[in-house]
Design a binder for this molecule. Structure first.
Ligand code: DQQ
Length: 581
């Protein structure tokens, strides 16, 4: 086909345009020529990922204390060394030179002292003067109270910071003065004000509502609680894993956590209701006043890092590349029995760079550039008309482990469906108007981890509505047909996305990795991550399609898709298991 351009020598790819009714009937359509990758045998672990971070086995949840120190990236994470379910929580430790390939080190922090005997829970790292990194983490103590503890590297000249020593001053912060001891956790990276005092936030709940307590310290050992939390909300429940950091107004570089000037705004993120919500605002360090632009509402208008499966995230400032990077925990959406059977649970997202948008009203996220080193075979085409009701196979890459970038441009927007002002919940709208519900302008998008006959498919797509004075773009990630099995959750996620389809193309990038699909709409203005467990669309039996199920034609100005090679994740030692008392 003339519009298909392969950049490496490989077998000729097959690109098919299929009537959409075939998709709905789920018929097989044409035999697929298999490339070498497609001839590999299915693995006994079809849901393990190729280029996402995950430990060799067992349970993993929140990313903790990510940092860049002497040329090395460190990731700690909540980890159960004994099983694929939550429990015995330690801080596991892995390091990397590029945030893609990893070396697993020994566990950095294990429960064992009165102040953390029941678990070393989430926390953050901070660089003290002299570039000395320290960890603040939550310990679950002998009475199951949550307290905040300090740990320091044993040997600062070891760039891998293999060993950590818990402070003899622990616990540094305890739940006194009416603080609920069961809801007092997850210290942020600390920042230093112009007065030299360190500040840190701790997640808390008061009368059922979320807040971030503020503590100050001169020496990082003795902390006093500020009378007022930095922020609270009567609209939400407990805030887990708060994060508080500046972003530059020019939207170009990341900013160090203690930076404060008139060219920055602040982000406050809190994890609640299985989602990471954030607000933007102005922070004044003299008074520690944080004035938010628009407050948390705990409804569909809240800004979220990701409108899918993404939780307990944490950012860090990468001083090497002057960028702020976001990591999030991607939960399984199968059940515990499945996790125990497969022997592992939990992924980390691909690290994302995070910047303020040009409008100043939201954050923009994008997979970090290093992930592009995993690209191998590429297929691409340009200026392809996608007729209303058609499906186009994109072949020639390993569709189960891929990076896809596509844009769509539209002509007849005047005929878009009228937006009903009562349609305020994008998730609900996506579940009512699924990929098989036709309108004039959309749905159009891609089908990933799809079986050949399309019985299994995860649809990531857009739909455009017309309202009185503008257009509304809806982005959906529909897992309802992602597996023929009944077991896994098949949630349909949705987000409204701030795009003017009259003047710009609607772009989508999806990182596909066996059981995870991370999608970035409108160049990172809305992100939706999904976990899927196909039974048929596994390894060489997974296919990728572009589709347009609207009645009007849609143009694809460009599509680029790459096979992704595996990240190298190796263990430097046989991880020692901590002794349990
Ligand atoms: N996970 C940790 C807690 C945190 C929660 C325990 C969020 O510190 O609040 O594993 O997923």
């Amino acid at each position: 086909m003339t519009y298909l351009k392969l950049e490496v020598t490989m077998e000729k790819s097959v690109v098919l345009v299929i009537g959409f009714w075939l998709l709905l009937l789920g018929n097989g359509v044409q035999s697929h020529r298999q490339d070498k990758k497609h001839q590999s045998l299915p693995r006994d672990q079809p849901y393990r990922t190729g280029y996402h971070f995950q430990p060799p086995k067992n349970w993993m949840n929140d990313p903790n204390g990510p940092m860049y120190y002497k040329g090395v990236y460190h990731l700690f994470y909540q980890y159960n060394p004994y099983a694929a379910v939550w429990g015995n929580i330690t801080w596991a430790h892995s390091i990397s030179y590029d945030l893609v390939n990893w070396i697993n080190l020994d566990i950095a922090l294990s429960p064992g002292d009165p102040f953390d005997i029941n678990g070393c829970w989430s926390g953050s790292t901070t660089f003290l003067s002299g570039e000395k990194p320290v960890i603040l983490y939550t310990g679950s103590d002998t009475m199951n109270r949550q307290v905040q503890n300090l740990a320091e590297p044993k040997n600062l000249s070891d760039p891998l910071l293999r060993e950590w020593v818990k402070s003899s001053h622990n616990p540094l912060m305890s739940p006194v003065d009416g603080i609920d001891p069961k809801n007092f956790r997850d210290p942020t990276t600390a920042w230093q004000g112009p007065d030299g005092l360190w500040r840190v936030l701790v997640g808390n709940e008061m009368d059922g509502h979320g807040r971030a307590l503020l503590y100050r310290s001169q020496d990082f050992i003795t902390w006093s609680q500020s009378k007022e939390p930095i922020h609270s909300s009567t609209r939400t429940g407990m805030w887990e894993c708060p994060d508080f950091y500046p972003v530059s107004i020019d939207g170009k570089n990341g900013v160090e956590t203690s930076s404060l000037d008139k060219f920055t705004k602040h982000v406050l993120k809190a994890s609640f209701d299985n989602s990471d919500h954030y607000v933007l605002g102005n922070y004044t360090s003299v008074t520690d006043n944080f004035l938010v632009d628009t407050d948390f509402l705990d409804n569909d208008s809240d800004l979220r890092y990701d409108y899918g499966n993404f939780y307990a995230s944490k950012t860090f400032f990468d001083s090497g590349k002057k960028r702020r990077i976001l990591w999030g925990w991607i939960l399984e959406s199968d059940n515990t029995t499945d996790d125990v059977k497969k022997g592992w649970s939990g992924l980390q997202s691909i690290p994302r760079t995070i910047l303020l948008s040009k409008t100043g009203k939201q954050l923009i996220q994008w997979p970090l550039e290093e992930i592009e080193k995993q690209h191998t075979i590429k297929v691409s085409f340009e200026n392809k008309e996608l007729k209303g009701g058609s499906v186009l196979e994109v072949s020639g890459i390993t569709a189960s482990q891929a990076d896809v970038e596509v844009s769509f441009s539209l002509s007849s927007l005047k005929e878009a469906e009228l937006m009903d002002p009562s349609w305020v919940d994008p998730k609900l709208l996506c579940s009512q108007k699924t990929a098989s519900v036709r309108s004039n302008v959309g749905p159009f998008g891609i089908l990933v981890l799809a079986s050949k006959d399309l019985t299994e498919q995860t649809a990531i797509f857009f739909r455009v509505f017309r309202s009185e004075d503008n257009y509304v773009v809806l982005m959906c990630s529909d897992q309802s047909r992602s597996s023929v099995e009944e077991g896994p959750q098949k949630t349909i996620y949705g987000a409204f996305i701030d795009i003017d389809p009259l003047n710009e193309k609607i772009s989508l990038r999806s990182l596909i990795d066996h059981s995870i699909v991370e999608s970035f709409g409108g160049e990172g203005r809305a992100c939706i991550t999904a976990r899927v467990y196909p039974k048929l669309a596994i390894d060489n039996q997974a296919y990728l399609y572009a589709f347009n199920n609207g009645t009007l034609d849609v143009n694809i100005p460009t599509l680029n898709a790459w096979s992704m090679k595996n990240a190298q994740i190796v263990s430097s030692t046989k991880r020692r298991k901590p002794n349990l008392n």
